[in-house]
Ligand binder design. Structure first.
Ligand SMILES: [Zn+2]
Length: 341
């Protein structure tokens, strides 16, 4: 999903603390090639300072101020001031959020961190930091990270999929995130499972109000629920993978159903997007059999005699969210240096 939004800094009142932060950004030790990336999660927030050549100057984590919007704005302001004090003012700031920014209103929507919803987060951050801040969905940040210098580096088109607690994805074409008027590009998790068998219809109920969404089959909880329906055993996705490795026939059958469904669901998008590389992320990207199984299953569903799409595990793993946020800010900068990409 894509909610790319860059809002210019304002000259409005922003409170004493942010004035202090702003003064720090004006210091003469600025590192215009550096990018500050912040990954705002539900329970923890991560920051990274990436040099122009991709070197990590530092990466650190702090708890997220759960349920408090103003404290969230202050936290990001303070992280930026901290980074500027230690490394000089970065050239750009990007923030990944568990939601999207509606292009028409500039308000956050669909955020699991519900205290962000309906708020003009980009405008408020720009006011607090005294500079533009780029915002995007966390799945978009994952895709951008892997496309920029990860498993999809150099590819013309990269589809980054997160298979975790939920299912999300982002699409990068020629190095740039695909976005649209609804800020939902890549919201593949809430499309129906294609070519369903009789016992897959209507499919499990989804929180979005529909049934049979891809997410209800392919996420970690979706995999666990499928195993429970088939065997009666209540295991997590990780426990199912371990049982399958130990030779458990029921667990192996569950993983085979999951892989076959993932092949169908991705084939449907390959038929539309024809991505050069698909990168898997999230906890289920650790299921090593997927990288062997999917290319073998695709020819049945992809409308091409030979499928050349490459499927890859993530290069940056858990770091991709925060790295992608840094790349995002660098992209959104009004006048990026040519050396930065
Ligand atoms: Zn759904």
């Amino acid at each position: 999903m894509s909610g790319l939004s860059a809002i210019g800094g304002t000259n409005g009142e922003a409170g004493g603390g942010s004035l202090r932060a702003r003064a720090r950004f004006d210091n003469r030790d600025a590192h215009p090639g550096d990018a500050l990336g912040i990954d705002l999660g539900g329970t923890k927030t991560e920051a990274i300072v990436l040099a122009a050549d991709g070197t990590v100057r530092d990466r650190w984590r702090v708890p997220s101020p759960t349920g408090d919007y103003d404290a969230t704005v202050r936290l990001i302001r303070d992280l930026a001031a901290d980074a500027a004090a230690r490394f000089g003012a970065p050239g750009s700031v990007g923030v990944g959020i568990p939601g999207a920014v509606a292009p028409a209103s500039g308000l956050v929507q669909n955020a699991n961190s519900t205290w962000l919803n309906g708020r003009p987060f980009a405008v408020d951050l720009a006011a607090a930091l005294g500079r533009p801040v780029a915002l995007a969905n966390d799945a978009d940040c994952f895709a951008l990270s892997e496309a920029s210098d990860g498993a999809g580096a150099g590819a013309a088109s990269v589809w980054g999929i997160i298979l975790g607690t939920g299912v999300g994805s982002g699409i990068v074409v020629h190095g740039r995130l695909l976005g649209g008027p609804n800020a939902i590009a890549g919201e593949w998790g809430h499309t129906p499972l294609p070519w369903p068998a009789d016992d897959e219809r209507p499919g499990p109920a989804c929180y979005c109000g529909k049934a049979g969404c891809v997410e209800t089959f392919l996420s970690g909880p979706g995999l666990a629920a499928d195993h429970r329906r088939a065997t009666g055993a209540d295991l997590s996705a990780a426990e199912i993978a371990a049982a399958a490795s130990a030779g458990d026939a029921g667990a192996r059958a569950t993983l085979a159903r999951h892989a076959e469904r993932l092949a169908r669901a991705t084939a449907c998008v390959v038929n539309v997007l024809d991505p050069e590389v698909i990168v898997l992320g999230g906890g289920l990207s650790n299921l090593a059999h997927l990288y062997d199984a999917l290319p073998k299953l695709w020819p049945r569903w992809v409308f091409a005699p030979a499928v050349a799409t490459r499927l890859a595990p993530p290069k940056h793993g858990d770091s991709s969210g925060v790295r992608g946020a840094a790349w995002l800010g660098r992209q959104a900068r009004p006048h990026p240096e040519k050396s930065s990409r």
